[in-house]
Write a protein that binds this ligand. Sequence first.
Ligand SMILES: [Zn+2]
Length: 277
Amino acid sequence: MNTTVKSILNGWKNSIEKYNKLDSWKLREQLSTIGKYLRSNDDTKAIVKMVHLVRDCAICPNPNMVQIHSQINKILNMDEVSKMSACLFTKKINGRVKLQGQGERFKGETWRLFDERLRFKDNMLLRNFDIETENPKDSRKVRRIVEKRMCQAYHRRNRRADYDGSQRRNEHYWMNRATSFQLYNIGQMENVGSVSRGYSTHWKREYDELTGQVVFKKKMVYSSEEDAMRAVKEWKINHLEDKRDITAYKCAICKKWHIGHKSDIKECMNEASCVES
Ligand SMILES: [Zn+2]
């Protein structure tokens, strides 16, 4: 939940408990902050609705302090609950359900994973391991490590939650999402400097927040041409402003399918300084 709004509500709560009224100092400013928050629609529907109610009560000529106090308590409780299942927040963008910023949500876990080293691979950094290109035996090992870490992360987050059977499915779902997100995350090449990413374009150049360097991150993998073509269609719909031609191609490195701009692929084909895996 929005921290400014939360601290305003906490302030009101304290003020009601101590003086049975809202502190008029700053009230106008606080109301405008809450108004902005309500317009931004940046929280779950239920919470926004409750904040709306509190705001409406607060601007009454004779606000009912008992009512406001109990509503604020409800909101703060809801916020606690939503924090526990924060990993399951979804948002609809252009009619499609989108999980809210996995990168942001799993930041802590990603940092931890990225710092791990693989003993069976000569202490190679876990973040450089690409499960698409390594041999199946090692890939399975790394998958198990990632699964285990994400499972631990889940239980760290939900330690205090007393859950029943109904949450089992969520748990399973969360773990799968988190694991595949992290498996997608890892497999980057570092110290690439001015190296071309090579004609295979298994990678894309990207800035890595962890090291502050430009690295090659592997591209999204599609198992079949049909899947890749579907992704091309979707990409076009979501990037109407981009006039460059985009296409699906089979990758020489992982033998699976990626999508990319035609111009980039052609350019890479012509380059002499291609990266060999
Ligand atoms: Zn590839």
